[in-house]
Design a protein around this ligand. Structure first.
Ligand SMILES: *[C@@H]1O[C@H](CO)[C@@H](O)[C@H](O)[C@H]1NC(C)=O
Ligand SMILES: *[C@@H]1O[C@H](CO)[C@@H](O)[C@H](O)[C@H]1NC(C)=O
Length: 448
């Protein structure tokens, strides 16, 4: 009689039997034990550590925003509005999203659109204008069209609006751009970055696809909205007579705009412009602080001439009158405090740009070469232009919006609708680089 082990599964069992015998050795028993018990424990404790790291120790508490005096500018909605009602209450505004992007940025663009659509545009269906210095490829177009049911157009920039003007001395300008790389100025040696800033300063509102609109909302790749937007911001801007809306106001890197303020100040004086918004951008220097400066007038002139040595001499007209300036960011005793509205998010009326005053301002500023010899951003450019051309009640702080770009973030907290504050980025208003204090100062102060 055959033993069942040998008869039924002889080969399989002869191998299995050997293994079984080996496993009886205490060493292997220990290994089995460790695999069954220790490994899950180790995984569990690693997971606990990771979870704690992510959610407990590094989760940032976003305290409620300090109450601001809202006499001059108030948020359009505290909390949520009835979005279905809001969307039906008034006709669509004459408005569009505008996105400047490269084909390679398609993923970032899609990610931004998902955020815009889910928090706002699925209810309001505003169109998009996509712009690029080269034609968009099919991959980009297909990806973008999948994200929205709104009307979408794709445009290409011409050489005039994205490049050097024909009067520029290319050799000199390119050399100046290269130098900014050596000086470590952020994006300073990226020629296309200079073109992008110039484009948004003086051209985007003239693009044929933008001509048919009155309002725009600028969107960049890789941004994120973290509250629901349950009303039409264009509509509320309009009925509240607002021209320019922002979410983040911060200080610019001084080495990107060392002489911008002097030029804008000189322009302001020459054209006798006056606005109560200007105070947002300046630190007033009192006489005492000024006389304490050790430099003689001659030293100051030499210093300023040195700072301007790369600029065309005829554009210096009117700039050296201020004997008391002690650095290039100052004018008539006022210093630029570097505050500006971040322009990667903007909701504004295109009439801010489409007028002779802005056109002349852009033209004169461009003549100085500052878009290449320095790295003037379109954000301080738009901001200082607003400081010349708008009154403070024409500005709007979308303080109820949650908005993130790179690692700069405003949450919306207690003001917005369904805000889910990001756990790992601090609120910009609580950081030292913010300009909330300067904003509060011109708008009637905090209420606490
Ligand atoms: C929208 O605004 C633009 C620019 O002001 C204007 O040319 C256009 O006619 C307006 N469109 C409508 C439908 O009102
Ligand atoms: C709020 O601001 C307005 C305008 O600047 C000012 O008249 C008013 O006194 C301020 N209110 C408070 C409570 O500070």
């Amino acid at each position: 009689m055959l033993h069942w082990k040998q008869g039924v599964f002889p080969v399989l069992l002869s191998n299995g039997f050997q293994n079984l015998r080996l496993n009886k050795h205490p060493f292997y028993r220990f290994r089995l034990f460790s695999l069954l018990i220790v490994a899950p424990l180790a995984i569990l404790s690693l997971f606990t550590l990771w979870f704690g790291y992510k959610h407990v120790s590094y989760s940032i508490y976003h305290p409620p925003l300090r109450a601001l005096n809202e006499t001059i500018d108030a948020v359009f909605s505290h909390g949520c509005k009835n979005v279905a009602l809001e969307a039906q209450m008034h006709p669509r505004m004459n408005a569009t999203f505008v996105v400047l992007a490269r084909n390679s940025e398609v993923d970032g663009v899609v990610s931004s659109m998902r955020s815009v659509e889910s928090h706002f545009n699925r209810h309001f269906n505003y169109p998009y204008v996509f712009l690029n210095d080269v034609p968009f490829d099919d991959n980009f177009k297909d990806a973008v069209l999948k994200e929205t049911s709104a009307f979408v157009e794709f445009g290409t920039l011409d050489a005039e609006s994205f490049g050097f003007p024909n009067w520029a001395n290319l050799e000199v300008e390119k050399e100046e751009i290269a130098k900014q790389g050596d000086l470590g100025i952020m994006y300073g040696d990226m020629e296309s970055y200079h073109h992008m800033c110039r484009f948004f300063s003086g051209f985007f509102y003239k693009h044929p696809l933008m001509q048919k609109y009155q309002w725009y909302w600028r969107v960049e790749p890789d941004i994120e909205f973290t509250c629901d937007i349950t009303y039409d911001p264009f509509y509320y801007m309009d009925i509240n007579k607002k021209m320019y809306g922002f979410v983040i106001a911060i200080k610019e890197l001084e080495d990107t705009v060392p002489n911008m303020f002097r030029y804008v100040s000189a322009y302001k004086r020459e054209h006798k412009l006056d606005s109560d918004l200007w105070d947002f951008f300046i630190t007033k220097k009192d006489k005492k602080a000024r006389s304490a400066m050790p430099l003689t007038t001659i030293d100051k002139k030499a210093q300023i001439m040195h700072a301007f040595k790369n600029f065309p001499q005829n554009s210096l007209k009117g700039l050296l009158v201020d004997e008391n300036a002690d650095s290039t960011t100052q004018m008539e005793g006022d210093a630029y405090n570097m505050c500006h509205f971040w322009s990667n998010f903007e909701i504004a009326n295109l009439d801010l740009f489409r007028n002779d005053e802005y056109e002349q301002f852009f033209h004169e500023m461009e003549q100085t070469g500052g878009f290449w010899r320095e790295r003037w951003g379109d954000a301080p450019f738009h901001s200082l232009a607003a400081g010349l051309l708008l009154r403070k009640e024409q500005l709007h702080y979308f303080r109820d919006f949650g908005y993130r770009h790179s690692d700069i973030y405003h949450c919306g907290q207690n003001l917005g609708c369904n805000c889910e504050c990001l756990p790992n980025i601090e609120e910009i208003e609580a950081k030292p680089g913010a300009c909330i204090k300067e904003w509060a100062d011109i708008m009637g102060g905090f209420l606490d």
